[in-house]
Design a protein around this ligand. Structure first.
Ligand code: ACO
Length: 326
């Protein structure tokens, strides 16, 4: 059976660090509050004039370079993002062109924090179906472009970054083995951006009223994130008779350390089996999952079972069973 395996991972982390001490100077908050409630110490902020395409390009270049492949070898480029370079065309088209992937088609996937996992699933299916030989799936978000640095409830959470994976076909039993995804649009009330879309296009009034930023009712999102991320991971594991012992690593979306710990606990997974890097990057939305794979790459070995899980705006959530291929 033809499957899609990950053969390389790349990342781009902007150099500039925004620490909790920096945020103490911007809003009424404290290092203690942020650490205790979120587990975040610092986040990265990309330079002015650099957008999601720039970060995505750098991450994709690293993945291809690690695999030793030219950009012409890529057939499909999917960029997962909630902060595209432009409303249109797709950031994926800009990235493919800059990369020199002139044979590739591509598009963006927007499913808030679940964008990367949805995109990975679509790309894996395209490869399994024999339509595509090599796909780049890139999660890239410049969250600093949609965060209100006067709102202490959201500005402490997010950071900018990109992560990329290269997918190739395999006949071995490795790679993307299965996934389950869900969505519930009633969650829109608790997590959205009010203006800038077709219902409320940008205007002097929307800018004055600060409507171009992330709006979040954190407590509501928190409760759903813990329950749904654990439940869907459990459902996927049960479907395949997998227990906590079979799992080498749980790879959860990095939105809040307390969400990650609660979900892992529900799954009976000890802390050493959970990928965590939220302390250094915050919530980078579409980039958190590939950034985890990037940071833990040296600890992974062929045959390791990973459960990737996500929860985000929409609401959207999902889990994906990945067997590491190298
Ligand atoms: N510093 C100090 N105090 C703060 C801060 C801050 N940065 N932010 C909020 N507070 C205050 C609030 O004003 C509130 O004060 P009050 O009790 O006087 O009203 C108090 O702290 C508690 O606020 P809560 O919102 O209840 O705090 P909570 O413990 O829930 O933590 C948080 C807030 C971190 C946002 C949490 O709810 C969370 O992580 N939610 C989920 C985030 C998430 O998973 N998002 C999904 C992905 S994002 C996406 O899809 C784009």
């Amino acid at each position: 059976m033809r499957r899609a395996k990950i053969t390389a991972v790349g990342a781009y982390l902007p150099e500039r660090r925004l620490t909790n001490a920096d945020l103490e100077k911007l809003v009424d908050t404290s290092n203690e509050w942020i650490l205790e409630r979120t587990g975040i110490r610092e986040r990265r902020i990309v330079g002015r004039g650099q957008g999601s395409a720039y970060m995505a390009l750098r991450a994709a270049e690293e993945a291809l370079q690690k695999r030793g492949l030219p950009a012409e070898a890529v057939d499909l480029v999917i960029v997962a993002t909630v902060t595209p370079e432009h409303p249109f065309p797709a950031t994926a088209n800009i990235v493919a062109n800059a990369l020199g992937a002139h044979r590739a088609w591509g598009f963006d996937v927007e499913a808030a924090c679940s964008s990367f996992l949805y995109a990975l699933s679509i790309a894996a299916d395209s490869i399994s179906a024999g339509r595509v030989e090599r796909a780049l799936v890139i999660g890239s978000d410049k969250m600093s472009s949609i965060i209100d640095y006067r709102d202490r409830a959201t500005c402490v959470l997010f950071g900018d970054a990109a992560g990329a994976v290269l997918l190739e076909p395999t006949d071995e039993e490795v790679g993307v083995l299965d996934y389950l995804h869900r969505a519930d649009g009633s969650g829109c009330a608790y997590l959205h951006m009010k203006a800038g879309g077709s219902v409320l296009p940008p205007s002097v009034r929307t800018v004055r009223n600060r409507l171009h930023y992330v709006y979040q009712e954190g407590r509501q999102v928190f409760k759903q994130a813990v329950v749904q991320m654990a439940a869907i991971s459990e459902e996927l594991m049960k479907k395949h008779g997998l227990t906590a012992d079979d799992i080498a690593f749980f790879v959860p979306h990095q939105a809040n350390l307390r969400i990650i710990e609660a979900a892992a606990q529900r799954l009976g997974l000890p802390r050493e089996k959970v990928m965590i890097n939220i302390d250094r990057y915050g919530n980078t939305t579409s980039a958190t999952l590939p950034l985890c794979l990037y940071d833990y790459e040296s600890q992974l070995k062929k045959g390791d079972n990973l459960i990737l899980a996500t929860f985000g705006g929409g609401f959207t959530w999902g889990a994906l069973w990945l067997r590491w291929a190298y």
